[in-house]
Structure formats: C-alpha cells, structure tokens
Design a protein around this ligand. Sequence first.
Ligand code: ZN
Ligand code: ZN
Length: 99
Amino acid sequence: MYQDEEEIKNLLERVSELYLCEYCEKKKLTVQCERCGASVCSHQECSILFPHHNNSVLAICKQCQNLYNQEIKVYIDTEKISNIKKKARTIYFKQKEKE
Ligand SMILES: [Zn+2]
Ligand SMILES: [Zn+2]
C-alpha cells in the first residue's frame, strides 16, 4: 500500500508491543495513536503509519485519520510530520470550541 511499507514493518517490530488493538480487538503488535493515544495495530483498517524520526513509527488511528484524511496524504513526507501534528491539534481544538 505504501512505498515504504517494508521499512515500516521493520520499524514496527522494533517499537510496537503485543497488545489488544482497540479497533479490530485482536491481540497484535500495536503502536499508540499519535493524537489520541489509542493502541492500534498496523492493519490498514485500524491505523495509518509513517516512518518517523529516530527509527520510530508515527501512528494515526482510524478515527483520528478521518479528521484530516485529506491532508495526511499530502504530508506523507516525514519532514512535514510536525506540520500534521500542528494541524491535528488545530482541528482538535476547533472541534472542542464548538462543543
Ligand atoms: Zn487492529
Ligand atoms: Zn487516534
């Protein structure tokens, strides 16, 4: 699915833990969603993963992914991951204000 899928797989083995995925509810290698902290596995139905600095993986869970589905594809470059985070935070706070 991703060009660097193989790289992500290798990284994932290093940083993930065997834990219950909050989406598919199976015990799998999971990582924490960068935004909400949910434990998600690497299945594409559960999360989207990016290679991150220092050989780590940046994971965004399915739910958070929906919040900025469009932008995330544009900013797949790891150099711009921090921009995604800023954007995600902005979206999050905007929604909070509406509540
Ligand atoms: Zn899962
Ligand atoms: Zn999340």
